[in-house]
Design a protein around this ligand. Structure first.
Ligand code: HEC
Length: 172
């Protein structure tokens, strides 16, 4: 199986926990959700819009992110798009919606997830300096990735190692 395909399967497993309550940690310490290191950014809808894309059924990423997504970048992330690598503090949001087709038009349906990358070279050293998280339905209290970012996310973003692990580009 290709690395891309296995990474997609890894992530769909992560996302299939979308409705689950945070489970207590095995050591009886903080609940698993409390261990997440990336939080849902506030106000990202007023950040710079980088690009949008519609992933249709059958696309290699469909199991993961079928629907329409809009990518937003904060100021630090815009510096990284201008000249990689991205500085600490950069946050990129992948805002994912169901796609609704009708009357010869395609529009956004309900929000499916808010997907986040946050740069902190020290904190996230194990995953190229990036923290990764998925907030199902855009709800801040249900992070899906927690400590699974290396397999669920970074394994695929590794393909962009020479571009600081970021696939997208900004266009004026
Ligand atoms: C199988 C490959 C794959 C996996 C797994 C994957 N991504 Fe991505 N990701 C992509 C691709 C391809 C894009 C570019 C989409 C575009 O150009 O609009 C992307 C874009 C992004 C972006 C926008 C910044 C960028 O790199 O362009 C964020 C944020 C993001 N992904 C977060 C995540 C998170 C969090 C996970 C894990 C839960 C994850 N990704 C797992 C392939 C993947």
């Amino acid at each position: 199986m290709s690395r891309l395909a296995s990474a997609v399967i890894g992530l769909s497993i992560v996302l299939s926990f979308a409705a689950a309550e945070p489970a207590p940690a095995a050591d009886g310490a903080a609940p698993a959700a409390a261990r997440t290191t990336v939080s849902l950014p506030q106000g990202y809808r007023s950040w710079r819009h980088v690009k949008s894309m519609i992933i249709e059924p059958g696309h290699a990423l469909a199991a993961l992110v079928e629907g329409t997504h809009h990518v937003y970048a904060n100021e630090q992330a815009m510096r990284g798009y201008a000249k990689r690598p991205f500085p600490d503090g950069a946050i990129i949001v992948f805002d994912l919606f169901a796609t609704v087709k009708g009357d010869q038009a395609i529009t956004d349906g309900p929000r499916k997830a808010v997907i986040v990358m946050q740069k902190d070279a020290k904190r996230f050293a194990a995953t190229g300096g990036w923290g990764y998280e998925v907030f199902a339905n855009g709800k801040p209290d249900a992070p899906q990735v927690r400590d699974g970012a290396r397999e669920a996310c970074h394994a695929c973003h590794l393909a962009q190692k020479d571009r600081d692990f970021v696939f997208s580009d900004y266009r004026d």
